[in-house]
Design a protein around this ligand. Structure first.
Ligand code: 5CA
Length: 434
């Protein structure tokens, strides 16, 4: 893409309304704009990051055996009366009345809806287990929306739901999701740590939150450094691998300040103790028959008796992740995108637009790198191009200046380390494509 023709409205001044780095940087790098309190429009570069995150989430959900579907954002109040949550949910739920005076709501989550769908679609124990997910906008009328997309009112969530015939099956589904989550975050280039959690509005008795470390996180976190060395991508979904993985993930110490246990903490070797702050990017829940019983969802078992399925639900804050990753990965100059989710993997900086030597090199690079590259082809000072590329945080910058270009040389800069190397056009291409 050519920067001269793109809508990436970067800001030089620091937006006064933004209190934390990721919010400031998302506005300054032209990723989002606020349309109302806690409600954001995703501009082209922001949407590219959001889509790349969603794509990784989707691939790992598919890999763990969940099937993608799409449920609506608007739900009927009656559905929520069946579970008893319509009144219980309180003011966080955005309630809507249509022209026929029917009560509707903008969904904050989908346990009721998926349970109703499954109640209608399955009859026999042979139809289970099932695991389904969708990636859909949610609305929660948060009292204090803040920190940009980190705590929005409208936000994009991946929510998955599992249905099993018994506890053993449900626990297996829970373990699969835990592995899928760790694989998902690792593929995004971030370390997420699972922590035992309370179940809150969703209910149930087993839950883990996944936190990524960032100085402005809403929770204090305490954990064993062993998590930093973990490799979920090397683990498969065979039951024995899952058991070993789950045991290791849940016995290694990790807790938010709410659940911090001093007795267990003292047993962690001193050199492996880590303390910091975390942003919750996902949460998983096992809650058994809570919704299936309340909503009368049963299947006929092998001996003709009714079985109320055991359920779990599993959320990832897809839009929150964009802010959370920036919060974890930035410096004074701007964003430092991990390669897999950068809106553009590579930026080409033409330091003298209209030059006989730089223009053809930039055009050729742009043609080869195509969609995953942003070509700064504006008539701007070199300094301004450097500053904007650092602000936007492209993992690679290929800098094409008149002096080097005359002898076929360009400079390659790695944003994360600031390392700069002079090399031939071909070698630069090979490096960024590897
Ligand atoms: N039904 C369950 C699991 S599907 C559920 O709703 N879980 S949740 O409440 O924990 O939300 C899942 C994830 O959505 C959270 O971990 C968080 O990353 C994200 N999230 C929750 N509230 C917000 C919000 N106001 N703004 C942005 N992301 C949010």
């Amino acid at each position: 893409m050519r920067l001269s023709q793109s809508l990436i409205p970067t800001l030089k001044e620091i937006p006064a309304e933004a209190q934390i780095a990721s919010h400031r940087l998302m506005l300054r790098a032209g990723l989002v704009r606020q349309m109302a309190s806690g409600i954001y429009a995703w501009l082209p570069a922001g949407l590219r990051a959001l889509d790349k995150i969603a794509k990784i989430v989707r691939a790992e959900q598919d890999a763990c055996g969940a099937q993608e579907m799409l449920m609506p954002t608007i739900q009927s109040a009656d559905l929520w009366r069946e579970s008893g949550r319509y009144d219980a949910y309180g003011k966080e739920m955005l309630r809507i009345t249509d022209r026929h005076e029917r009560e509707l709501l903008y969904g904050p989550t989908n346990e009721e809806m998926i349970t109703a769908i499954m109640r209608d679609a399955t009859k026999s124990y042979r139809d289970l287990p099932q695991s389904l997910y969708h990636i859909q906008w949610k609305f929660r009328d948060e009292v204090r929306p803040r920190f940009g997309v980190l705590r929005g009112r409208e936000f994009l969530m991946k929510d998955a739901y599992s249905f099993d015939l018994d506890y053993a099956g449900a626990f297996l589904s829970y373990k699969k999701m835990m592995l899928a989550y760790m694989r998902t975050f690792q593929r995004m280039g971030i370390t997420a740590i699972p922590m035992r959690a309370d179940t809150g509005q969703i209910g149930g008795d087993l839950s883990h939150e996944f936190h990524i470390l960032a100085p402005t996180g809403e929770s204090g976190v305490f954990y064993d450094a062993a998590f930093e060395a973990g490799d979920a991508l090397g683990v498969d979904y065979a039951e024995t691998s899952l058991d070993t993985f789950y045991a290791a993930s849940t016995t290694t110490y990790a807790a938010t300040d709410e659940k911090h246990d001093l007795e267990a903490w003292v047993k962690v070797p001193e050199e492996r103790k880590r303390e910091g702050r975390g942003i919750e990017v996902g949460q998983i829940f096992y809650f058994g028959k809570k919704y299936s019983e309340a909503m009368g969802f049963s299947v006929i078992g092998p001996d003709g008796t009714k079985i109320y399925p055991e359920m779990g639900s599993y959320g990832i804050g897809v839009s929150r992740l964009v802010g959370a990753i920036i919060e974890a990965k930035h410096d004074e100059a701007g964003i430092i995108w991990p390669d897999p989710i950068a809106p553009f993997r590579v930026a080409i900086l033409n330091l003298r637009q209209g030059d006989r030597a730089t223009d053809p090199i930039c055009e050729a690079l742009h043609a080869k790198l195509n969609v995953d590259c942003l070509y700064d082809d504006r008539e701007e000072r070199a300094g301004a191009k450097f500053a904007e590329a650092d602000l936007m945080g492209h993992p690679w910058q290929i800098i094409v200046g008149p002096r080097g270009a005359a002898s076929g040389q360009v400079e390659l800069k790695r944003r994360a380390t600031n390392e700069r190397t002079e090399l031939s056009v071909e070698d630069a291409l090979a490096r960024v494509l590897s």
